[in-house]
Every structure is written in structure tokens, then in C-alpha cells.
Design a protein around this ligand. Structure first.
Ligand code: FAD
Length: 424
């Protein structure tokens, strides 16, 4: 699309929050560096290129060779999809949009000099930096868990990739009559419905292949944190005698050799496959850079209108790493939405344009309760300038009334579309 027609397209103008009289004054060699090629970072990299009509140089730093989606990864655990089905190469970002993808890890950021140093040794300068490193799992919050993960005995599979396949192998190797236990940390954590969807996927596998086996959901929260009534109905009806839900189970320690999980106030639980999810916090590069300035240095504070860090100028933080606004889930759809608002703000600031005063975000989270039936929760969030935060729009969004196959089709199409939007 040519610049003139692009600037007059309603989508571009809407994202930028600009009127049709906007003029271009982009510096010819501005450079935006993006750390992390997940749902937030990959989308931001692409949209800075699109919204600047490819005038701003964008460098995306990501250690993995391809994008592997956490959404839909529970289907790999359940056995109805393979890792290849949820993997997209980064080549499209370079080929279609001219994003320079550097396969490396960002080791440090110097906010004063405005540089990023890579594990490989190179240093890259930026005019604006976008940081979307996802979450780090706090292994040190559960005694014995770090060592159990390193030895491969207790897995999380909360970052899709080799661990997702390894967890599937553990389930396949488990004898019929065994117990799979998944623990849920206190909120907030990555993907509120994710652990319950995984419980359904494992239950679906057991029902078909190992019917004497059990799924235990051991939750640190007082109740199911998302789509609660729907999940509980599925467990009571479709997976009766297979899934058991136990609230207020905060994990203290694990004993990998004995297959035990120890809790703050309840008896130990023994299981053959342990899937222990510890508390989470912003990705380590955000912590090292001093961006995680809230909740005991756990999450990154941002100005929600632009996603600029409240700790460092010219650095924008997105996705799971940020301190959430009310009712904002840590989801891939939300990270993709953050990215578009931040990309528009970055382009506007570099061009000297006004920043959109009323950004909006959307979210939809689908959960597969078996290989075809799905439930969803959706919401729309608007920036409320007077309160400097996002709030859900009254009457927006909603919840499925029951699992159904039509939403199974929507869910897989949602995935194809968001992968194309983020990395295509
Ligand atoms: C099992 C499961 C199911 C889920 N299902 C859904 C769903 O159905 N719908 C939904 O919307 N969301 C879902 N989610 C949540 C979703 O995956 C996350 O919310 C989303 O990935 C957040 O995007 P992000 O950009 O913050 O992090 P990520 O997508 O994790 O991206 C972070 C990237 O940063 C890179 N990185 C980290 N540190 C560095 C560094 N120092 N240098 C360079 N790169 C770095 C990582 O390699 C990674 O690629 C699910 C999550 C899980 C675990």
C-alpha cells in the first residue's frame, strides 16, 4: 500500500488516533528495537513497520528460530495436535515487512545510552525500545522445583516448545490408573484459563486411552479463576470420576523422587505426572533493566495510553510482563492488542504526531474442553484518560453458554488469524 492511501485508510488512522490531515515528519533513519518475538513483540515489530509505511527501521531480537504458540499448545499435551501445527517461522516478518530479525538473546539494556547488548556480543542503538519478554517462572518460590525441572522430572510446559512435547511423553509413559496433578499459582499468572483447559485436555486423553487414570487440579486460588462454572460443569459431566478440583492449595515444595507435592495447609499429594506451575513475574531482562518496578519488583508499570515504562523513558513494555489494568488478562490476544497501541504511540512520538487519546484493546480466550468442543470469554477495554487506566466497556464481550463445536472452528481460525497478524 502506498503511503498516501495507507494514511487515509481508516484502519491505520484508527490505530494511530489521527485525523486525515496528519502529515508525515518521520525522521528518515529512526530505529526501533524490539526485545522478544512472542505475541507482543512480533506484533509490535510488524506494526511499527506498517504504521510508519516502512520508514522506521525495526530490529527484532529473539533467541528462538521460530514462533511457537502457547495458545493451542494444550492440544499438543492432549495429543490432538503436533508442535509443528503451532509453529510459525519468523521469515514472514523479514520478507513481508522488512523487520530485521536477529536470533539472539538481549543480555542487557542501557537506558541512558539507549543501547541493547546481545549475548552474542553485538550492541544495537535505539530511538525507541519495545520490551515484550513474557514471564519468568519463579522456581525459587517452590522448594525443590528448580532442580526437578533441570532434571526433567517435573515440567511446566508454560512456554510452548520442547517442554510441551516432553510433558506429552510423560503422559504417554504413565500407566493406566496413574494420577496427573497440575498446580495453579495465585493470580496474576500467564493465561488464567490455561491450566483448566490443560486439565480438560489431559482428561480427554485419559478418557480415551487410560480410563482408570485421574486428573487433579490443585489451585492456590479460592476458586477456578476463569470460566469457572463452564469448566466445573465439564468436569462434573464429561469427565466425571476423572477430574477432581481442589481449591486453596498453595504449593510450598516438591519431592520429585517420591512424586510428592507439599502444600501450605493441606496433606501432601502423590502423583505419577506432576505439572507444577510456580508463581510468575516479568521476564528477566525487564527485571535487570529496572522496568519491573511494581508488586515487589514483579511486574512492569506502564503508562497505559502508550505502554511507555514508568521507570525508563523511550522504553515501552508489553504483554505478560506488565502490571495489568483491572480485568485485563495476561493473554496472547491482549499482548497482540497492547502491541498495536504501543506501535502506534511509538510511531506517533517519532513522527511528532499526537498520540491516540482513546486507545482500545480487545481480548478473546478460547478453551478446548476436548478435541473439538470449545468455550470462550471475550472483553473490550477502553482507556479512561481521567483515571489513566483501561476499563472494560460496559456490555462488551461475554461468555459461552456451553461447549460447542462451532466455537471449536472459531478457535482454530482465531489461532490462524492471530499467527498471521503477529508473525505473518
Ligand atoms: C498453555 C497456555 C495456553 C494459552 N492459551 C492462550 C489462549 O488460548 N489465548 C490467549 O490469548 N493466550 C493464551 N495463552 C497466554 C499467551 O501465551 C501469553 O499471554 C502470551 O504469549 C504473552 O505474550 P508476550 O509477548 O508477553 O510473551 P511471549 O509470547 O512468551 O513472548 C516472549 C518472547 O520473548 C523472548 N525473550 C524473552 N527474554 C528475551 C531476551 N532477553 N532477549 C530476547 N528475547 C527474549 C522469548 O523467547 C519469547 O519468544 C496461553 C498460555 C499458555 C502457557
Amino acid at each position: 500500500m502506498k503511503r498516501r492511501s495507507f494514511l487515509h485508510s481508516s484502519a491505520a488512522l484508527g490505530l494511530l488516533g489521527l485525523g486525515a490531515c496528519a502529515t508525515t515528519s518521520l525522521p528518515s533513519r529512526a530505529q526501533v528495537v524490539v526485545i522478544g518475538g512472542g505475541y507482543g513483540g512480533a506484533t509490535a515489530a510488524k506494526y511499527v513497520r506498517l504504521l510508519s509505511d516502512h520508514k522506521i527501521d525495526v530490529v527484532l531480537i529473539e533467541p528462538n528460530a521460530a514462533f511457537v504458540s502457547c495458545p493451542m499448545s494444550n492440544l499438543v499435551v492432549g495429543g490432538s495436535k503436533q508442535l509443528a501445527d503451532i509453529t510459525t517461522p519468523y521469515a514472514g516478518l523479514a520478507r513481508n515487512h522488512g523487520v530485521r530479525v536477529v536470533q539472539d538473546l538481549a543480555r542487557s539494556v542501557d537506558p541512558q545510552r539507549k543501547t541493547v547488548t546481545l549475548a552474542g556480543g553485538a550492541t544495537i542503538g535505539y530511538d525507541k525500545l519495545i520490551v515484550s519478554p513474557g514471564v519468568d517462572l519463579q522456581f525459587d518460590a517452590v522448594e525443590g522445583l528448580g532442580a526437578a525441572n533441570t532434571s526433567g522430572q517435573i515440567l511446566q510446559a508454560w512456554k510452548a516448545g520442547p517442554e510441551t512435547v516432553a510433558l506429552r511423553r510423560q503422559l504417554e509413559a504413565m500407566p493406566d490408573g496413574g494420577v496427573y496433578a497440575i498446580t495453579v499459582p495465585e493470580q496474576p499468572y500467564r493465561c488464567p484459563p490455561g491450566p483448566y483447559e490443560r486439565a480438560c485436555q489431559v482428561a480427554w486423553y485419559f478418557k480415551n486411552a487410560k480410563p482408570r487414570s485421574k486428573v487433579l487440579v490443585l489451585d492456590a486460588n479460592p476458586d477456578v479463576t476463569s470460566k469457572g462454572a463452564l469448566f466445573k460443569k465439564v468436569w462434573a459431566e464429561q469427565y466425571r470420576g476423572i477430574v477432581e478440583f481442589r481449591p486453596q492449595h498453595k504449593v510450598l515444595a516438591v519431592d520429585a523422587r517420591a512424586g510428592l507435592i507439599k502444600f501450605e495447609v493441606h496433606d501432601d499429594v502423590k502423583a505419577q505426572v506432576l505439572n507444577v506451575l510456580p508463581p510468575m513475574r516479568a521476564g528477566s531482562i525487564a527485571l535487570q533493566t529496572g522496568l519491573a518496578n511494581l508488586v515487589n519488583n514483579r511486574w512492569c508499570g506502564v503508562d497505559y495510553q502508550t505502554f511507555e515504562s514508568t521507570a525508563a523513558k523511550d522504553i515501552h513494555v508489553l504483554g505478560d510482563s506488565i502490571q495489568i489494568a483491572p480485568a485485563m488478562p495476561k493473554s496472547g490476544h491482549m499482548a497482540n492488542s497492547h502491541a498495536k497501541v504501543a506501535a502506534a504511540a511509538v510511531v506517533a512520538r517519532l513522527a511528532g504526531w499526537p498520540v491516540n487519546p482513546n486507545p482500545m484493546l480487545t481480548n478473546t480466550c478460547y478453551s478446548y474442553v476436548d478435541n473439538t468442543n470449545v468455550i470462550h470469554v471475550a472483553s473490550v477495554h477502553e482507556y479512561v484518560a481521567a483515571e489513566k487506566t483501561f476499563k472494560t466497556v460496559a456490555g462488551s464481550g461475554g461468555l459461552s453458554s456451553a461447549p460447542n463445536q462451532t466455537e471449536g472452528i472459531y478457535a482454530w481460525n482465531w489461532a490462524q488469524n492471530i499467527w498471521a497478524d503477529s508473525v505473518g
